[in-house]
Write a protein that binds this ligand. Structure first.
Ligand SMILES: Cc1ncc(COP(=O)(O)O)c(C=O)c1O
Length: 379
């Protein structure tokens, strides 16, 4: 066994075989251990919003590493308070809780929704309604509201009270007096880059308000400018009670956040939920830098502009091109083979279903990079 094989065999096999070994990144490019350059249209699964080694982010993180990396939530830190204020201003939500990933954010959102019902004398409200093809994460709570059977295999029993209808519209009928919350994505990334119809989202929003259930929007993948607005739901005029964020918010540094209205947020009282690492100064410095860049109106216009350009370019390679901003998917005959060929030609893409390919480049991507990607894919 080679040293490389021996090293790889020290890891659990939950990710299957990985053939590319990345060692460095710069802008929208990453490089493998043999020096081969790839155009990164995966961005660490919709994470590296500012691309790789962004000078502002590097400088800010270096400064923070030399100042204070971690101190726990036993203490206040200015960075956590600053990022909470920033997210408050950018989202219009009232309160923020920081954690470390998307699944943790959704886990906290489920807990918050149930506890809100409990504290408001509606203990029968235990159910969480999620949509078909949703993906909300891999911890037990988030997994329970992620309906894909393959992800459940061998992990039952999942948490009780999680229901998913067969089609989007039926979700509206499932929301009632036993519902703690309904959770949606605006564009379902892992489910195949499906844009959930606006009418469905509006009906769910209205039904939640009518029945007293909470409306949760999972912006883990769609948020932080990915869809051309700071949060995707802001394009639709929806009124969520809870919003979850992660991925792009830290530009590559692990982070998660739950945003809620004041009334709902009050259900979390001292000691009722927590995390050691959540809101640590390093992640907060990353979040402050990313949000400073991304929230610029010209930056969001750039995402819309290059997104539209990329969408047109993709029509050459696939059918049913869908998505919003720089979160796009297309249908090809064999997604795995397409992604493999693209990597051979120096483009990183992801397969999100047998026939669906997802493109989520760094948000700093330029039209010239799209042209370059097209040339590489053609070859
Ligand atoms: C919409 C959505 N929610 C939650 C998650 C889980 O996030 P994480 O992998 O950071 O736990 C993902 C990850 O792909 C996601 O796309």
């Amino acid at each position: 066994m080679s040293v490389t094989e021996q090293a790889a065999s020290a890891l659990m096999n939950n990710y299957g075989e990985r053939t590319i070994s990345l060692v460095r990144g710069e802008g929208v490019y990453v490089y493998d251990d043999a020096g081969k350059q790839y155009l990164d249209f995966t961005a660490g699964i919709a994470v590296s919003a500012l691309g790789h080694a962004h000078p502002k982010l590097v400088a800010r993180l270096q400064e923070q590493v030399a100042t204070l990396i971690h101190c726990s939530n036993l203490y206040r830190t200015p960075w956590q308070e600053q990022l909470a204020l920033r997210l408050q201003a950018l989202s219009g939500m009232d309160r923020v809780f920081f954690c470390n990933s998307g699944t943790e954010a959704n886990e906290a959102a489920i807990k918050l929704a149930r506890r809100y019902a409990y504290r408001n004398g509606a203990e029968q409200r235990r159910e969480i309604v999620s949509l078909p093809k949703a993906f909300h994460g891999r911890t037990m709570g988030s997994l329970s509201i992620t309906p894909k059977p393959a992800y459940h295999e061998g992990y039952q029993p999942l948490i009780p009270g999680c229901v998913t209808p067969r089609d989007y519209h039926s979700a509206v009928e499932l929301i009632g007096e036993n519902t703690a919350a309904c959770i949606v994505e605006i564009v379902q990334g892992e489910g195949g880059v499906n844009v959930v119809p606006r009418s469905v989202l509006e009906e769910i929003n209205a039904r939640c308000k009518e029945t007293g259930a909470l409306f949760i929007i999972d912006e883990v993948q769609t948020g932080v400018g990915r869809c051309g607005s700071f949060l995707a739901y802001q394009q639709l005029g929806l009124k969520p009670d809870i919003v979850t964020m992660a991925k792009g918010l830290g530009g590559g540094v692990p982070i998660g956040a739950v945003l809620a209205s004041k009334e709902v947020a009050e259900a979390f009282t001292p000691g009722s939920h927590g995390t050691t690492f959540g809101g640590n100064p390093l992640a907060m410095a990353a979040g402050l830098t990313v949000t400073e860049v991304v929230s610029e109106p010209s930056f969001l216009e750039h995402v819309q502009d290059v997104g539209a350009y990329l969408r047109t370019a993709l029509e050459e390679f696939g059918r049913e091109v869908s998505g919003l901003g720089l979160m796009l998917g297309m249908t090809v005959e064999n997604a795995k083979a397409f992604v493999l060929n693209a990597a051979t030609n120096g483009v990183l893409l992801t397969a999100v279903a047998d026939t669906r390919v997802r493109l989520v480049p760094p948000l700093i991507v330029e039209k010239t990079h799209v042209d370059e990607m097209v040339r590489r894919l053609r070859s």
